[in-house]
Design a protein around this ligand. Structure first.
Ligand SMILES: [Zn+2]
Length: 147
């Protein structure tokens, strides 16, 4: 699987599961250099009562220990927040695929400045879904990004 849109589908499926669970609909997935799926996860702040479980951190933990992150691809339905952008930089992910950055730009520019390859797929479906969630659940959303 080397197609970024196909990779995003894995993350989007996680986001939709999270939405169905009443959670923040952000999903993520991590792929290896040759495109194999290593893990996926979703924001489970509401479900688990744990503010540290963002989509990216969930996928990161589920991927287990990796020798290097340079050739791995972090895929997330929404631009990563500062916390998750920090994770990307701390561990040196080479590539981040973002489903959309319209509703939230997060640390995308900061990652680019640091030399991380950021691919923004600007998915209309995800822009609509996340926009709808923020309109319907502003309290949960702003809690999630620490505002
Ligand atoms: Zn995050």
């Amino acid at each position: 699987m080397t197609n970024f849109s196909e990779m995003l589908e894995v993350a989007r499926t996680e986001a939709l599961i999270g939405l169905g669970e009443g959670g923040v609909p952000v999903g993520a997935a991590i792929f290896g250099a040759d495109g194999q799926l290593l893990s996926s996860g979703r924001n489970r702040r509401v479900q688990e009562g744990d503010p540290s479980i963002h989509g990216e951190t969930d996928a990161f933990r589920r991927a287990g220990r990796q020798r290097s992150y340079k050739d791995l691809v972090m895929v997330t339905t929404l631009a990563p927040c500062w916390y998750c952008s920090g994770l990307v930089r701390q561990f040196g992910f080479g590539t981040v695929v973002v489903g959309e950055s319209v509703n939230f730009a997060g640390g995308v520019e900061w990652l680019r400045e640091a030399g991380v390859k950021v691919v923004d797929l600007a998915s209309p479906e995800l822009i609509e879904m996340m926009g709808g969630f923020i309109r319907d659940q502003p309290g949960i959303w702003f809690e999630d990004i620490g505002v």
